[in-house]
Write a protein that binds this ligand. Structure first.
Ligand code: UD1
Ligand code: MG
Length: 435
């Protein structure tokens, strides 16, 4: 199929009241990206002419899309005068003879499932699937294998409500159908909206043949509520993890792991149960143990966790990061940090050991400061490194030290201690116990 032969219109102007959210519905995230991103991504694979209809929070929606795509046309819907999915088409003048219209709340749509609409020359193609529980969808009235009309749930009679064949929300129309019928839509219905779906009954009255295209429910799932959002998330996660495993990553209990679309893997990686990997994270030949969270970070040839947290801009290479260690905006190369530490705004070099309970005190309440630790340094347990601070190579920092100045001499020991006082029989006196 020639990518220039079809115009795609994505309807994204609605309020999405059923989401009960201040955020525009189409911007709600699935696997780290707005729903609309996935719809545009699949559409881009079959067309170069994509328009998105916007109105509600139009500037926010547009800005968000522009983070990912720079060649989208934007059409503004007048939702006061012409509310509804039909109203959304009022200002659309398609470039091509064939026009595909998609709802903006179908994040699971794939380019393969859209391709099917292009393989026929019919003037009107609409998609359907069958559901045990059709709640929320428009019901499709079919007689003699021809679609007669689509009835929205709020307008349906008791008999129509029992119909289990529903409108999937993707349509292919020839341009002349759009030009002829969009102006004829009315808002004479329960919601006082202009329904795009009324094109079907209007065209039918003029004897236009409308055969339904049976599509796969999963790919066409519409997201109207937060429960729908979580259902779609589950399916998307399955897809993402299945691709990752096919490419060679080992996952223990994948259903407990969350991985965003943007995360990449190289080499042999193991991800244990309960991990969460987000943003622009790259994992290369590493083992991520149970319950670890990694955000916008690079991990190479290392083992992380269990229960470790790498926050944005961490770079960890040839290192061991153990349980309850938090790393933020730091570079660790050849480092061991086995237990209970906070390493923030730091640079730690090869062969260095960070003992249990070591903390980089990187923030004075106003600004953040850097900690720089050289090679083969032994940082004893419970050390506080008051940044900005620099430690040379081959240095020992004694356990419990509060380091307030740089250690500039290679090979030295830094130690801060308060003398321990022992008071005889204090315990018995304090608790009034007879010895
Ligand atoms: C719509 C269909 C329904 C179908 C279902 C499939 C209509 C009237 N109904 O219902 O038959 O079964 O999708 O998922 O079309 N939008 C605008 N402008 C508006 C209103 C909505 O652009 O004024 C956009 C929304 O942002 C959304 C899409 O159109 O992306 C669909 O709107 P939504 O309210 O979700 O329609 P449904 O009730 O799901
Ligand atoms: Mg919907």
């Amino acid at each position: 199929m020639d990518k220039n032969k079809i115009s795609i219109i994505i309807l994204a102007a609605g309020k999405g009241s059923r989401m009960k959210s201040p955020k525009a519905k189409v911007l709600h995230a699935i696997s780290g990206k707005p729903m609309l991103y996935y719809i545009i991504k699949s559409s881009r694979q079959i067309s170069d002419d994509i328009s998105v209809v916007i109105a509600h929070q139009k500037e926010v929606v547009r800005k968000e899309i522009e983070n990912y795509f720079d060649d989208i046309n934007y059409i503004i819907q007048d939702t006061n005068k012409f509310p509804g999915t039909g109203g959304a088409m009022k200002n659309v003048t398609p470039k091509n003879e064939k026009v595909l219209i998609l709802n903006g709340d179908m994040p699971l749509i794939t380019s393969d499932s859209l391709n099917v609409f292009l393989n026929t020359d019919a003037k009107v193609i609409m998609s359907i699937f069958n559901l045990k529980n059709p709640n929320g969808y428009g019901r499709v009235v079919i007689k003699n294998k021809e679609v007669q009309k689509i009835v929205e749930q709020k307008d349906a009679s008791v008999d129509e409500l029992n119909i289990t064949t529903v409108n999937a929300g993707v349509y292919a129309f020839s341009k002349d159908i759009i030009d002829k019928y969009i102006p004829k839509l009315t808002n004479d219905n329960a919601q006082n909206e202009y329904y795009l779906t009324d094109i079907i009954s209007l065209a039918r009255k003029d004897k236009v043949s409308i055969s339904p295209l049976l599509v796969d429910e999963e790919n066409f799932k519409g997201v109207n509520s937060k429960e729908d959002l979580s259902d779609a998330e589950e399916i998307m996660q399955k897809r993402i993890k299945s691709t990752i495993m096919k490419n060679g990553v080992i996952m223990q209990l994948p259903s407990t792991i969350y991985i965003e679309e943007s995360v990449t893997f190289e080499g042999e990686c193991i991800i244990e149960n309960g991990c969460r990997l987000t943003g622009n994270t790259l994992i290369n030949n590493s083992h991520i143990k149970s319950g670890s969270v990694i955000e916008d970070s690079i991990v190479k040839n290392s083992d992380i966790g269990p229960l470790a947290h790498l926050r944005p801009a961490s770079y960890v290479e040839n290192s061991h990061i153990g349980n309850f260690v938090e790393v933020k905006k730091s570079s660790l190369k050849g480092v061991k940090a086995g237990h209970l530490s906070y390493i923030g705004d730091a640079q730690v070099e090869d062969g260095t050991n960070i003992g249990a309970g070591v903390i980089t005190c990187n923030y004075d309440g106003i600004k953040k400061y850097k900690t720089i630790i050289g090679k083969n340094v032994f940082v004893g347990s419970d050390t506080q490194l008051i940044a900005p601070v620099t430690i040379e190579d081959d240095v020992i920092i004694a356990a419990g030290t509060t380091l307030t100045s740089d250690v500039i001499k290679k090979g030295s020991l830094a130690i801060s201690r308060t003398k321990v006082k022992t008071i005889k029989d204090f315990y018995y006196k304090f608790f009034n116990i007879k010895k």
